[in-house]
Design a protein around this ligand. Structure first.
Ligand code: 15L
Length: 265
């Protein structure tokens, strides 16, 4: 046990549900927040539903927490208004609350869609410019810049996880490159919470995959060592999806279908 209280936002989401049980091993209390139903509180859990755009609620949420794993917000390409509220205003509220409450480190769920308009035949490094593939990716790029500002100005450390595709198994050809197992997700989050010094860091959340579009060399100080590879799933996936259309933007660019989702008006 390293922490008294960890706040997990987005705890009812796909990755939140996974981390909900796993983070308990690292703290006395895990405070869970979401706008969706969180079910019953289990031993060692506190349920604190909050809307991220509600500044007062977010300030209360950060009271007496040691550290935050911020998964909350919109997690797919959506119209501007929900992204503005949850991901942009919500991220600002979270960092302002951290500053007010003296929280020293945040693990921020960014996304590979910050760099989704790089091509699948390129390898992106951690100092390459952002190339968001939609409003969602743009909002995550904002979160990365916001957290950098809060480190430079106020010393609040953040690790931005540019998560690829974290599911039980890779689902398609693209995920052979982007997949990260839930066990590796846990390793990445725990390394980000416990590395001695992280400052403001960015790291791609990917497994030990053979096909790779991202280079995490500059984040070695985090100490993340992925152990699971998409490779055992390759034959099954390639057989199910034999002829990719090389003119499809979702096949050309790393963001996959996100690069052609929307506009929604
Ligand atoms: C994301 O950012 C989404 O939250 C997730 O649902 C996946 O679609 C993932 O990216 C991906 O790129 O596969």
């Amino acid at each position: 046990i390293r922490f008294n209280r960890i706040l997990l936002t987005g705890a009812a989401g796909g990755l939140g549900r996974e981390l909900r049980a796993r983070l308990k091993a690292y703290c006395t209390t895990v405070r869970l927040s979401d706008i969706a139903d969180l079910g019953e509180a289990q031993p060692g859990e506190e349920l604190c539903p909050a809307r991220l755009e509600d500044a007062a609620a977010v300030h209360a949420l950060l009271q007496d927490v040691d550290t935050v794993v911020h998964l909350g917000g919109v997690s797919t390409e959506q119209p501007w208004e929900p992204i503005l509220q949850a991901n942009i205003i919500g991220a600002y509220n979270l960092y302002e609350a951290a500053r007010n409450q003296g929280v020293k480190r945040i693990v921020f769920a960014s996304s590979n869609h910050v760099t989704g308009f790089y091509r699948q035949d390129e390898v992106v490094g951690l100092k390459d410019p952002a190339r968001p593939d939609g409003l969602y990716g743009l909002s995550k790029a904002f979160g990365e810049d916001l957290s950098r500002f809060y480190f430079d100005r106020y010393g609040i450390e953040t690790v931005c996880l540019r998560i690829g595709s974290s599911f039980p198994e890779p689902r398609n050809r693209r995920m052979l490159a982007t997949w990260m197992s839930y066990d590796d997700l846990e390793r990445l989050v725990v390394a980000s919470l416990t590395a001695p010094v992280v400052g403001h860091s960015i790291i791609y959340g990917m497994g030990d995959n053979t096909t790779t579009w991202w280079d995490n060399t500059l984040a070695r100080h985090i100490g993340y060592r992925p152990q699971d590879s998409s490779e055992p799933f390759r034959a099954k996936i390639e057989a199910a999806d034999p002829l990719p259309d090389m003119t499809d933007p979702a096949v050309i660019f790393q963001g996959g279908p996100f690069v052609r989702t929307g506009p929604f008006e």
